[in-house]
Design a protein around this ligand. Structure first.
Ligand SMILES: *Cc1c(COP(=O)(O)O)cnc(C)c1O
Length: 391
């Protein structure tokens, strides 16, 4: 082993497939070409003013400047308990059924270390958020992909999981509204998941990053509203996308008290909790008016319609999503995810994400993010319409 060789666990991570695409983007920009990116899902609008103001007050308060506790401030746990009751009809005991997370990514990653040993399996939605596979691999365990079937409304086929895999599985990662497919939870799926988890003794981790970002009157449920869900699972709630707070790093884990306690035990060895000023800003976000959220959703819905109309006009057969900040569409005949995205970059100087970036089952699709300012998005779509008319 050489001095700087990465650990075997890190070497086991899949290679970063899009280095080449990124290099092409960098080369184009260096050559003075105006590349517009519709790739990344990071809100372009600012955090809501009442949240920023709460943070400004909290950061100046001497009482918030020491080590936080990993259990979180009482106000934080109470605010989540109230929010889950009012918004989802779910009872959360603020004493032991919720603690802060330093974003959903931290939480999902650390859950892998809290629950997985070598030989164990985590079942990971595919396509899905990359940490569902990266977390298990780094924890020395195995990620088994659960293909989300378009014909099932982007649900996994739980009956197709073989007995041996189900026996080794300790975690199951799900996410609705879903990144990248934009799908909402199909009817009856959460109920089936609870039965499956009970039968096979698997902890369900529902990644709830998008419940507040929905359109056309659709209201997304919490997994925890499913009967029996709290016995078999936890939900990871993130404020990143809905509240324009990606940079703040704040979320929470809610649900099964023993699972949360195990996660807490792991975290006491890893980090020192979430900055209390940020906890208080999160309280302001959850307690605050819903107006700003509704305005954001109206902006995304308008952009979504623009994207869907343009794609249909160039012959792409796309569904209009009811949630998330993404449009997920099949690539035209004769292309792979990567070759189509390369063509769009070459000809229109627009960056879109190859579906294969989100797992094997993402091959054959591409993703467009709705977080680009209106004029730039319009410009990008105009270019796509012009250059890809007969793609
Ligand atoms: C953006 C995103 C996250 C990241 O959430 P953070 O709270 O910012 O870490 C997690 N899961 C999904 C599905 C996402 O799209």
């Amino acid at each position: 082993m050489a001095l700087t060789d990465p650990s075997r666990r890190l070497q086991a991570m899949p290679p970063y497939m899009f280095a080449e695409l990124e290099k092409k983007i960098a080369d184009k920009r260096a050559a003075g070409i105006d590349v517009i990116s519709l790739g990344i899902g990071d809100p372009d609008h600012p955090t809501y003013p009442h949240v920023v103001e709460a943070m400004q007050r909290a950061v100046a308060d001497r009482g918030n400047q020491n080590y936080p506790s990993n259990r979180g401030r009482e106000e934080f746990r109470e605010a989540f308990s109230d929010f889950y009751r009012n918004r989802f009809g779910v009872d959360i005991d603020p004493e032991d059924e919720v603690i802060p997370a330093i974003g959903a990514k931290e939480c999902i990653y650390n859950l892998c270390f809290a629950f997985l040993d070598p030989g164990d399996v985590a079942l990971a939605s595919d396509p899905g958020y990359p940490v569902y596979t990266g977390g298990p691999i780094l924890a020395g365990a195995e990620a088994v992909l659960l293909p989300l079937k378009e014909e099932l409304g982007f649900a996994p086929d739980l009956d197709a999981i073989d007995q041996g895999t189900a026996e080794r599985a300790r975690l199951l990662f799900l996410n609705y509204p879903n990144n990248p497919s934009g799908a909402i939870v199909p009817d009856g799926l959460f109920e089936k998941v609870v039965d499956f988890a009970r039968e096979n003794e698997i902890l369900v981790v529902h990644d709830n990053a998008y419940s507040e970002t929905t359109y056309d009157g659709y209201v997304a449920p919490s997994f925890l509203a499913t009967p029996g869900a709290k016995e078999v699972g936890v939900e990871v709630f993130s404020l990143s996308k809905g509240y324009n707070m990606t940079g703040w790093r704040v979320g929470a884990i809610l649900g099964n008290a023993e699972a949360i306690s195990t996660y807490w035990r792991l975290k006491t060895n890893v980090d020192s909790g979430l900055f209390e000023a940020i906890q208080l800003a999160a309280v302001a976000a959850l307690d605050g008016p819903s107006g700003p959220l509704e305005e954001m959703n109206a902006i995304y819905a308008r952009r979504r319609d623009l994207v869907v109309d343009t794609l249909r006009a160039i012959g792409v057969d796309v569904e209009s999503p009811k949630g998330t900040i993404y449009v997920w569409a099949p690539v035209p005949e004769g292309y792979t995810s990567t070759s189509f995205c390369e063509k769009v970059l070459e000809e229109a100087a627009v960056v879109i994400s190859p579906g294969s970036m989100y797992g094997r089952s993402g091959e054959g699709y591409f993703r467009i993010s709705l977080t680009t300012p209106d004029e730039r998005l319009s410009e990008a779509l105009e270019r796509m319409r012009e250059h890809l008319a007969q793609a």
